[in-house]
Ligand binder design. Structure first.
Ligand SMILES: [Zn+2]
Length: 437
C-alpha cells in the first residue's frame, strides 16, 4: 500500500470524515527540473558561498551525484530525449538538432514525430497518471497526454534569429505548440519574447559601464543578444511552469531551462580568464566576470518558485552535460565554454534519502528511476536502470519495482506534422550556436 504523504494530515482527516470507505492514497508526485549545462564545478563553489540557498537546501535534504552522459552524443536534444525515454539515441531515434522528415523539402529542428519510443509523458498517460511538461526538447508537435504539454516551440525566442515577433507568431511552429491545443491561447500572455528583455534585465547579471548601449538588433554571436534569447526562454518556461503546476497539479511535472548553458558558452572567458583560449581585458572581466555566477543565482530563485508551486513532491534536478573551457574550435564564434560529460543529479523530497552521494549515474537512468519512484513498471529494454539508492528503504518497500519486458507493445499515437514555412530561420539559429556546419 502506498503512503498518503502528499496530503497534509488535517486535510486527510477532513476528506475521510464524511466517507465510509477511506479515500485511496494519493499517487506519488515529482518534478524534474532540467537545467541545460548545469555543472557542479560551477554550482558547488556558489553553494559553499551561500549563493544558491535553494540548491543548498535540496542538497542537504537529498541524494546527489555526478551524472555521466554518453560522450558520443553531447547535443542537448539527443540527451534530453535519452533522459525522458531511458534509451540511447540509436533506440529513441533523435540523433541531432535537425532532421529531414517526410513531406518537408528541407531540414527542420527535430520534431517529436521522429522519436521512435515512448517518453515519460506517454507512459504516465497510458497508466492514467497525469503529467505536465514545459519546454522540453523535441516535444513539438505536442503529443496528446493526460495533463498538459507546452512544447519547445511555445517560447517564441527559443530558435529566434532576430525575426519579427508578430511574423514568428504566425509561423507553422506555433501550430500544435501545446496540449491541449487551446492551452496555448490560455497562457499566451506568459510568453516573454526576446524583444521584452532589455538593459535593465541584463544589468542584473553584468556590470555595465554608463555609456553601454543595449543592442538594437539581434546580432549573431553577440553575448548580450544571446543572453536576451536564453533569458526570454527561461522567463517563459518558469512563468508557464509555475502557473500550470498550481492549476493542474500533475503527478509528474518537467520543465527545461536553457540559460545556464548559453551563459557558460558565451561568458566563460570572463569567469576564468586564465583558462580561456583568448585573453579578455581587465575591464571586460570586471563587467562580465560574475555573469555566470549570477545566472546560477537567478536560476536558484526560479527553482525555489517552482518547488513552492509544486507543493509536496519529490524534486529531481538534472542536466544533460557539464561545461569546460572551449578550445580553438569555436574561435571564430567567440564561444569560450564548451560541453563536457559531467552533468548534475540531485533528488530530494518525500521518499528521498538524505545526504547521500550516489555513484555515477547516466542520463538513461532518469526515466527508470522516475517510474520506480511512482510505482510504475520499469522495462528490461531500457538502456538505464532505476537508481533505487536515492529512495529510502521505506519508500522502496512501499513501491516495489514491477519489471516488464517493454513499454513498446503497441504503436504510439501520433499527431500530424504541420507544414513548414520558416524552418530555414530555425536552422540558421542552430547554425549560429555552432552545432552544425
Ligand atoms: Zn550548449
Amino acid at each position: 500500500m502506498r503512503i498518503a504523504f502528499a496530503i497534509p494530515a488535517a486535510l486527510l482527516a477532513l476528506a475521510l470524515a464524511g466517507c465510509e470507505e477511506p479515500a485511496p492514497p494519493a499517487p506519488p508526485r515529482s518534478m524534474i527540473l532540467g537545467l541545460d549545462g548545469c555543472d557542479w564545478r560551477n554550482a558547488l563553489p556558489l553553494v559553499r558561498q551561500g549563493k544558491l540557498p535553494t540548491v543548498e537546501a535540496l542538497w542537504r535534504a537529498g541524494a546527489r551525484g555526478t551524472m555521466l552522459t554518453n560522450p558520443d552524443y553531447r547535443w542537448s536534444p539527443v540527451l534530453w530525449t535519452s533522459i525522458a525515454t531511458g534509451k540511447l539515441p540509436q533506440e529513441h531515434g533523435v540523433t541531432s538538432f535537425m532532421a529531414q522528415v517526410e513531406g518537408m523539402d528541407r531540414w527542420i529542428p527535430t520534431p517529436s514525430t521522429e522519436r521512435k519510443v515512448r517518453a515519460l509523458w506517454n507512459m504516465f498517460t497510458e497508466k492514467d497518471r497525469s503529467v505536465g511538461f514545459v519546454g522540453w526538447w523535441v516535444t513539438w508537435p505536442a503529443e496528446p497526454v493526460k495533463g498538459f504539454m507546452v512544447t519547445d516551440h511555445f517560447s517564441v525566442s527559443r530558435f529566434d534569429l532576430g525575426n519579427d515577433y508578430e511574423r514568428e507568431r504566425e509561423s507553422v511552429f506555433s501550430e500544435q505548440e501545446t496540449w491541449p491545443p487551446e492551452l496555448g491561447q490560455q497562457i499566451a500572455a506568459l510568453k516573454v519574447p526576446r524583444q521584452r528583455i532589455g538593459r535593465e534585465d541584463y544589468a542584473r547579471f553584468v556590470n555595465l559601464p554608463a555609456d553601454w548601449q543595449w543592442p538594437e538588433h539581434f546580432r549573431k554571436f553577440d553575448k548580450a543578444s544571446e543572453f536576451a534569447i536564453a533569458h526570454s526562454v527561461d522567463r517563459t518556461h518558469s512563468g508557464a511552469g509555475q502557473r500550470l503546476l498550481r492549476d493542474v497539479e500533475p503527478d509528474l511535472f518537467g520543465v527545461f531551462l536553457q540559460g545556464i548553458d548559453i551563459m557558460q558558452h558565451y561568458y566563460w572567458e570572463y569567469l576564468d580568464p586564465s583558462q580561456a583560449f583568448w585573453s579578455p581585458s581587465d575591464a571586460e572581466v570586471r563587467e562580465y566576470g560574475e555573469a555566470i555566477e549570477r545566472y546560477y543565482g537567478w536560476i536558484d530563485g526560479v527553482v525555489a518558485d517552482l518547488v513552492e508551486a509544486g507543493g509536496d513532491r519529490a524534486v529531481l534536478i538534472v542536466s544533460d552535460h557539464g561545461f569546460r573551457p572551449a578550445d580553438d574550435r569555436y574561435e571564430d564564434k567567440h564561444i569560450s565554454g564548451e560541453h563536457r560529460r559531467q552533468a548534475v543529479w540531485l533528488f530530494a523530497g518525500p521518499g528521498a534519502r538524505r545526504d547521500v552521494i550516489v555513484p555515477e549515474t547516466d542520463a538513461v537512468d532518469v526515466t527508470p528511476t522516475i517510474l520506480a519512484y511512482h510505482g510504475l513498471p520499469v522495462a528490461h529494454d531500457f538502456d538505464g536502470d532505476p537508481v533505487l539508492d536515492v529512495m529510502t528503504p521505506e519508500w522502496q518497500a512501499a513501491h516495489p519495482v514491477e519489471w516488464i519486458a517493454t513499454w513498446e507493445t503497441s504503436p504510439l499515437a501520433r499527431r500530424e506534422l504541420p507544414g513548414s514555412s520558416n524552418a530555414r530561420d530555425l536552422e540558421e539559429r542552430i547554425r549560429a550556436l555552432g552545432y552544425i556546419e
